[in-house]
Design a protein around this ligand. Structure first.
Ligand code: DQA
Length: 145
């Protein structure tokens, strides 16, 4: 069975409490439950990981080599800073979709640059929790081709 890894970056453990006017009131556990239900519909296995630390995210991507078919990642603030996460995705060659709850293009200028987009299969930004669900559907569709 196809196996998908979902990676949540820094501060996403605070979802639901954190700036709800931007990120909504859904918690990370609720997002993961919705993703699990969608994965069941799609007939894929799914795993979840959250870290506030850049190195741990790089390690998680490396460990996915050989046992994970695709990654849905919200790199959060590391989106805009991390060459290391970009290189980890490129180095492992694991097909990856980048997702954001908010629309990073209608916020501060520093959010308009993503280091990850250039190595992603696709990017979904601004659709709230649905960014994750659409990212998962898009990834699985891409992998089945
Ligand atoms: C985010 C957008 C980032 O700019 C921000 O640093 C986040 C969350 C989003 O999901 O909208 O932490 O990735």
């Amino acid at each position: 069975m196809m196996k998908i890894l979902v990676i949540h970056g820094p501060n996403l453990n605070l979802l639901g409490k954190r700036e709800p006017e931007i990120y909504g009131s859904t918690t990370i556990d609720e997002i993961n439950t919705l993703l699990k239900m969608e994965a069941q519909k799609l007939g894929t296995e799914i795993e979840f990981s959250q870290s506030n630390s850049e190195g741990e995210i790089v390690d998680r991507i490396q460990r996915a080599m050989g046992n994970i078919d695709g990654i849905v990642i919200n790199p959060a603030a590391y989106t805009h800073t991390s060459v290391a996460i970009r290189d980890a995705i490129a180095s492992t060659g694991i097909p990856t979709i980048e997702v954001h709850i908010s629309n990073i293009y209608r916020r501060e200028d520093f959010r308009k640059l993503s280091y990850v987009s250039g190595v992603a299969v696709g990017v979904i930004s601004g659709l709230g929790v649905n960014s994750y669900l659409l990212g998962l559907i898009g990834l699985v569709t891409h992998l089945k081709k």
